[in-house]
Design a binder for this molecule. Structure first.
Ligand code: NAD
Length: 459
């Protein structure tokens, strides 16, 4: 069985490479010629732990090919998987322009029975729309070609995308024909044989499962963040509260880490897209509207804490450790750090930043964003350069290399002594011993004289 993957981004490149590593022959396609040229030379356009080695090995062994030619990809494969991006459009809906383009190209080129699989996250009804587009294109050519559509949403997490692809919690497949079901079962046989569940369902339910899953996870994050703000007001410790509720099997301990709000390429856009899809059918997602509102507020939380200590930031140097929306990725889409940078620059602070892998992507985003005035940001070479002379240090992304920092050295390099920990990574006593003042998220964080007021959750 041969597979083509259309769209060679975080999902397409990982999925295609993992299928090749299972032994399938795979062709990965993208409209971005630069990306494909890089991949042909063995250079990865994204950072994902472990991916480079897999790409190089499978390319070398002749199972993984890269091209910009969609016709050859459709001719080549028994299963064509569309994994193109579905960003947010100006009305906060999922922009399915690329998905439609791919369906059209598939219809223009398909010449034998092929299964067309949508892996991109798409609003309910999109697969049905793709089916119509493909049928129309085939009809235009005056030929008779059989095909099936399948919804196969992806649940991988950046940073551990390979593990998530090879050993997923579950695989969801929405089908409407027995033939396509058999093909998908065959495709996923190498994974299912390890005991991972393959859930076969109808296409619409598969589409909704993806949005429901991401919305539920986003809700969990906003819930714990809201609770952490309450803990700050009354002097409780959110890490203790999370542990206490997480021990309840109905709640579970995962995804209960208070922080600076969710970001990335999925939760923000998927929550918004589901709210908008609801509106189309006169369904009001009240919970999700609150989830979004809490999240937007949480992204400003560190800044609000900082302002309690330094009401006037003019001329203050603030060092930011971590830029990507979470560790082990260079993805900067909707990263909370961008909100913090903007707020700091608006308040005339001097901003220095450091991230182990997301510096380039941050530079690209800041350059494009007039409002953020990227030219004012100092991109440090390393952590120590970043904190040198800083009045305050903020931790935004819990990269492993920030977890065991020499806090005494940090203090010595700084001008001031304030550490704001957006991920509750440090031990309060260790920070104190290093001579630093400490503010964290949702933990009793009294910093004495400088701030004796709690930060209201609604500040
Ligand atoms: P991405 O932006 O990293 O990659 C998309 C790729 O598609 C780009 O390389 C782009 O050039 C290419 N593309 C666009 N139009 C094309 C066309 N007509 N033909 C060929 N290639 C085209 O996006 P991503 O993060 O990989 O996400 C892809 C989809 O998977 C989205 O719907 C997303 O919501 C979903 N998803 C993403 C993740 C994640 O963690 N990134 C996880 C699960 C699901």
């Amino acid at each position: 069985m041969k597979i083509s993957v259309i769209g060679t981004g975080y999902v397409g490149l990982v999925s295609g490479t993992c299928f090749a590593d299972m032994g399938y022959e795979v062709m990965c396609i993208d409209v971005d010629k630069k990306k494909i040229d890089m991949l042909k030379k063995g250079i990865l356009p994204i950072y994902e732990p472990g991916l480079e080695e897999l790409v190089l090995r499978n390319s070398k062994e002749g199972r993984l090919h890269f091209s910009t030619d969609i016709k050859s990809a459709v001719d080549f494969a028994d299963i064509v998987i569309s994994a193109v991006g579905t960003p947010t459009d100006k009305n906060h809906r999922a922009d399915i322009k690329s998905v439609i383009e791919v369906a059209k190209s598939f219809g223009e080129n398909v010449s034998k029975y092929t299964v067309f699989v949508t892996k991109s996250t798409v609003p309910v009804g999109t697969n049905e729309m793709c089916k119509e587009i493909i049928s129309k294109e085939i009809k235009k050519r005056n030929v008779k070609v059989d095909f099936d559509i399948v919804s196969n949403p992806e649940f991988l997490r950046e940073g551990c995308a390979i593990k998530d692809t090879i050993t997923p919690d579950r695989i969801v497949v929405g089908v409407e024909s027995e033939k396509a079901k058999k093909m998908m079962e065959k495709l996923y046989k190498p994974i299912v044989r390890t005991g991972k569940p393959l859930m076969i369902t109808d296409i619409k339910s598969a589409e909704v499962i993806k949005y429901a899953a991401n919305s539920f996870l986003a809700t969990k994050i906003s819930f714990i963040n809201e609770m952490s703000n309450f803990c700050e007001c009354i002097g409780a410790d959110i890490t203790e509260v999370a542990k206490g509720i997480g021990l309840d099997g109905r709640i579970g301990s995962r995804f209960l880490h208070a922080g600076i709000g969710y970001g990335g390429s999925c939760f923000p856009k998927d929550v918004q897209a589901l709210i908008q899809k609801g509106k189309e059918v006169f369904h009001n997602f009240k919970i999700l509207e609150a989830v979004e509102e809490v999240n937007a507020r949480q992204k400003e939380r560190l800044f609000i804490h900082l302002k309690k200590v330094y009401p006037n930031l003019n001329g203050k140097k603030i060092a930011m450790l971590g830029l990507s929306f979470k560790p082990k990725t260079d993805d900067m889409r909707d990263a909370p750090s961008l909100v913090v940078i903007k707020k700091l620059l608006d308040d005339k602070a001097e901003v220095s930043v450091f991230d182990p892998v997301a510096m380039n992507n941050t530079k690209i985003i800041l350059k494009k964003d007039e409002g953020i005035r990227g030219n004012k940001v100092i991109f440090a070479e390393n952590v120590f350069d970043c904190v040198r002379g800083a009045d305050a240090v903020m931790l935004l992304t819990e990269w492993d290399e920030f977890r065991a920092l020499d806090l005494k050295k940090i203090k010595e390099l700084m001008k001031g002594n304030l550490l704001i920990d957006g991920r509750n990574v440090y031990d309060k006593e260790d920070v104190k011993k290093a001579g630093l003042e400490y503010i964290s998220i949702g933990r009793a964080w009294c910093i004495g004289e400088k701030c004796n007021k709690c930060v209201s959750a609604n500040d």
